[in-house]
Design a protein around this ligand. Structure first.
Ligand code: AKG
Length: 309
């Protein structure tokens, strides 16, 4: 995977708001290929099953449905940011087409296609607050969402750092500070699991098309599949990073104590100077498990020298 450093401004913005817009993330050709694949799946889905109760079409775990989606797995303009904001120890945990056609006439401005929530399903309710950052999504806009009211994703900036639900003022539809994220086809929006988000009605004449690719720590369960099918794993067997991202592994303890062959992104991370672990962690890593006495001595000497300092 190519490296693309986050700028200080992007990093500050993500840390402050819990989301980040990357304009022009998809070039014209890729945008056309992804949109064409989404259109095909959407049109077939509409014919065969219609829209869901919220008036949308959704296809989960779509990664294997078209090679255009596989390109997004490690997309050069966005995915290099994921290890910089989360960790090298990442996997794809969801790939999700969401199409939102115009809402029926008369739909209330208060309608919610998706209510306010944080990502992660049941884990969000079972992990004691304050929640850690565990997952993040990259949403690729395939339609013109440059104005509000088109079924855009709504965010409460800064809500990733809150404990509990964001406050809503009496008589207001949305929590205080809510924004609708806007962007053009080909733009991407990165957001993390703790950032509260929701979707209102699509009051425009534009059909909102998006594809979401989610990433999380490898020791978490994926959100919308258990394991990817062998045919898909076969397609990426010569691409070590894609293999990691699709949940592949090489050693028995790959998800608890990964070896370098399980996680090529660890070497990538170090190669690009992102390894900011403490001296203690680095030392611990170098030690073999059967090296108990020496390990204790070395740790004691590091800790001792720190306490002396
Ligand atoms: O459709 C959207 O904009 C939001 C989707 C969503 O809530 C999610 O991916 O968790």
């Amino acid at each position: 995977m190519q490296f693309k450093p986050l700028t200080a401004e992007q990093s500050e913005s993500f840390e402050k708001n819990g989301f980040l817009v990357v304009p022009g993330a998809l070039d014209g050709e890729t945008l056309a290929r992804v949109t064409e694949a989404v259109d095909r799946i959407y049109e077939r889905g509409l014919r065969e099953e219609g829209l869901n109760k919220a008036g949308a079409f959704e296809r989960r775990n779509c990664i294997g449905m078209d090679d255009a989606f596989l390109e997004l797995l490690d997309w050069r303009e966005t995915v290099p940011y994921v290890p910089q904001l989360l960790t090298w120890d990442v996997q794809l945990d969801t790939s999700h087409i969401i199409v939102r056609p115009p809402s029926p006439p008369g739909t209330s401005a208060a309608f919610k296609a998706i209510g306010w929530h944080r990502d992660g399903g049941i884990a969000t309710h079972e992990i004691p607050e304050p929640l850690p950052r565990l997952r993040m999504k990259v949403c690729y806009l395939l339609s013109d969402l440059s104005g509000p009211g088109r079924g855009n994703t709504r965010f409460v900036p800064g809500s990733h750092l809150m404990v509990g639900y964001p406050e809503r003022d009496e008589g207001e539809i949305d929590p205080r500070g809510t924004i609708e994220v806007t962007g053009k086809p080909g733009d991407a929006v990165l957001f993390e699991n703790r950032t509260f988000h929701a979707v209102g009605p699509n009051l425009s004449t534009i059909t909102r098309k998006t594809i979401f690719m989610g990433y999380s720590y490898r020791w978490l369960r994926p959100l919308d599949f258990v394991v990817q099918p062998p045919e898909l794993m076969e397609k990426v067997q010569d691409n070590a990073v894609r293999w990691q991202l699709l949940g592949g592994w090489k050693t028995d303890m790959a998800f608890s104590l990964p070896k370098d062959e399980d996680v090529p992104l660890r070497a990538w991370y170090r190669e690009h100077g992102l390894d900011t672990r403490s001296a203690l962690d680095v030392e611990m890593d170098k030690m073999r498990p059967d090296d108990g006495i020496r390990r204790r001595q070395r740790v004691a000497s590091i800790v001792g020298s720190r306490m002396d300092a």
